[in-house]
Design a protein around this ligand. Structure first.
Ligand code: 3AM
Length: 172
């Protein structure tokens, strides 16, 4: 099973992110991430044997993130897969500490491959014309606060029209 750890936006923020995704699509085209799938990935675990799920669920359920406020204030893109996202201009120490602490735990569990760097972002579009974000940046500055606390363990299913996610566990 393909798993990852993420923060899921509260409903009001989800709506605002969805509005930005609609706007981004008018500029950049591409495939819009469905409202229900908007998230911030903290750790992508890849394929995990189902037999390991109970221990992982227990570990996630036992996490007690302190929480924080992440300021989203920029449009961004990942060139090669044509991803358009929103995120922060400056590194967020609380998110960085959360991600690093999670990877310490995941490595102790022998799960996943720790990435060299962490670029917190919320993907809005895939296969999009990412160069068009310049006009977005000029026309619609991003200014959102994400009050986060609870982690979610998600399973990703690949379907014909994109990925679908299912929540398997939550932290405190
Ligand atoms: O938060 P986003 O949507 O950017 O791109 C995938 C998605 O990130 C990423 O994990 C999240 C849930 O699918 N992902 C998929 N395959 C990956 C890989 N091999 C990956 N991240 C790192 N390595």
């Amino acid at each position: 099973m393909r798993l990852f750890l993420a923060l899921e936006p509260p409903d009001d923020l989800r709506e605002r992110l969805a509005t930005l995704a609609d706007l981004a699509q008018t500029h950049c085209g591409g495939r819009r991430v469905p409202d229900a799938s908007l998230h911030l990935t903290l750790a992508f675990l890849g394929e995990v044997d189902e037999a390991r799920l109970p221990a992982l669920v227990e570990w996630v359920s036992g996490q007690t993130p302190i929480g924080g406020v992440w300021q989203l204030d920029r449009w961004g893109s990942f060139r090669r897969p044509g991803i358009v996202w929103v995120g922060g201009r400056t590194p967020d120490p609380a998110l960085g500490a959360l991600q690093a602490g999670l990877w310490d735990g995941l490595q102790a569990l022998g799960l996943g491959v720790r990435p060299a760097r962490f670029v917190p972002h919320v993907t809005l579009l895939r296969r999009a014309a990412w160069t068009a974000i310049e006009s977005l940046e000029a026309q619609t500055p991003v200014a959102l606060d994400w009050r986060w606390q609870r982690l979610t363990l998600l399973r990703s299913y690949t379907e014909q029209d994109g990925a679908r996610y299912e929540a398997l566990a939550h932290s405190a």
